[in-house]
Ligand binder design. Structure first.
Ligand code: GLC
Length: 408
């Protein structure tokens, strides 16, 4: 028996434990790239500074910030594809990259990422659905380490709803009613979210569709069409302002922060930003979990294939994802931790975030995710511009998606 088991165990281990290449096992300076630090008071930069203060002079980290929108961030990384996939030790290498969970599979498929050993990062302590999204589709290879989760929250004007004597909405329809009646009376926009043509649009449309019992995976279901139509109607009825067709996270946050909207759908980082100087809504806002299912978002940390200093790169990722640093980022920046134990700590993760994140639904990971989402973004934005085209556009989209799923 043992004679069979040993080779089998070796084989299994070979599937999951990356083989180390000594030429890349260096320690030395590294570059870390993330989206623009949009946290209140620049907490990502502070975290990098804290690493640099305790690391040796040889292992300093240079922090490079990409644009805020996830698509622009990805485009800048893929423009470096050749550096990422080869040219080891190239001065242009980004050693550690923060990668949106949905781009992790395409980046891995393109050969940009170094496989990682789960034990080295203790990923067993992390939320399983986030770990799954950081692995290859067959679950064998780990490509990145979940750093922060994201789940949609509904921010609202507490001062206004209290003055009106109403509770925050519990359904899409209640939200719509309040957005039409109360917001109009108060001279506010009803609801702002992310409807620009980029990944945020997919998130917002998926959520509206889930709110109506549909799913973007079932485009011909009446519930799915109802969900898409609900957004289209929101624009037509005017409680979602026209400008929101061009809003990403930052623009929608600003619309609410400057006191112009009753409701805002955004991620957890927005809360602390609403209390920073210049905000018109300090002490005037409240937050609840999205009254309908949220899309699961989040960012993973990956080591680029081009990195010559992978030992340092991995130690830096260990540092960023340590429970104490995740706890700190939750307290200071509102980030959702990926470590499960932190959700059990009393008074750490606020209830709305906990509820929203633990129930959040994944966007299906795929090595062809960029093709799939590109097709969906085009079609769904077209629908917003052409309200009469819902049925026809969704039918066309179903055909286009079937092709894109094959990477064609
Ligand atoms: C947030 C989420 C990410 C999502 C993006 C959409 O950054 O973490 O997963 O794709 O928003 O704009």
């Amino acid at each position: 028996m043992i004679r069979f088991l040993v080779p089998l165990m070796v084989l299994l281990a070979a599937c999951t434990t990356p083989v180390r290449d000594d030429a890349r096992e260096g320690t030395g300076p590294i570059t870390f790239v993330d989206g623009r630090d949009t946290t209140a008071d620049g907490r990502v930069r502070e975290l990098v500074d804290r690493w640099n203060a305790q690391a040796s002079r040889r292992q300093q980290v240079v922090f490079v910030e990409m644009p805020t929108s996830t698509d622009a961030h990805r485009a800048q990384l893929t423009a470096r594809a050749q550096d990422l996939a080869g040219g080891r030790g190239s001065p242009d290498c980004y050693d550690v990259m923060a990668v949106d969970m949905v781009w992790t599979a395409p980046f891995a498929a393109a050969g940009h990422l170094e496989p990682l050993d789960p034990a080295e990062f203790d990923v067993g302590r992390m939320l399983p659905k986030m770990v799954r999204a950081a692995k290859s589709p067959d679950g064998r290879q780990l490509w990145a380490i979940p750093w922060r989760g994201d789940a949609g929250l509904l921010y609202y004007r507490k001062d206004v709803l209290e003055a009106e004597g109403v509770e925050p909405p519990k359904t899409w329809n209640e939200m719509r009613q309040q957005a039409i009646t109360i917001a109009r009376r108060r001279g506010l926009h009803g609801y702002v979210g992310q409807f620009r043509r980029y990944e945020g649009l997919i998130v917002n449309m998926a959520e509206a569709v889930w709110a109506h019992g549909g799913d973007l995976e079932r485009l011909d279901a009446p519930e799915t069409k109802a969900g898409v139509r609900a957004v289209v109607d929101g624009f037509a009825e005017g409680w979602i302002p026209r400008e929101a067709r061009d809003y990403d996270e930052q623009a929608s946050l600003e619309a609410f922060r400057s006191g112009g909207a009753l409701f805002l759908r955004n991620w957890p980082y927005a809360g602390p930003v609403l209390d920073t100087p210049g905000s018109q809504v300090i002490d005037k806002w409240g937050v609840v979990a999205l009254p309908w299912p949220s899309a699961l978002g989040g960012w993973n940390l990956a080591v680029s294939r081009c990195s010559a200093n992978q030992k340092t790169a991995r130690a830096f990722i260990q540092f960023l994802t340590r429970d104490d640093n995740q706890r700190r980022m939750e307290q200071l920046a509102g980030w959702a931790p990926t470590s499960e134990a932190l959700y059990e700590e009393p008074n750490l993760v606020p209830r709305p975030l906990r509820d929203s994140l633990l129930d959040a639904r994944v966007r299906r990971p795929s090595p062809h995710y960029d093709e799939l989402t590109g097709v969906m973004q085009e079609s769904l934005h077209h629908v917003l511009e052409n309200p009469g085209s819902v049925d026809q556009s969704l039918e066309q989209l179903a055909d286009d998606l079937a092709r894109a799923a094959q990477g064609r």
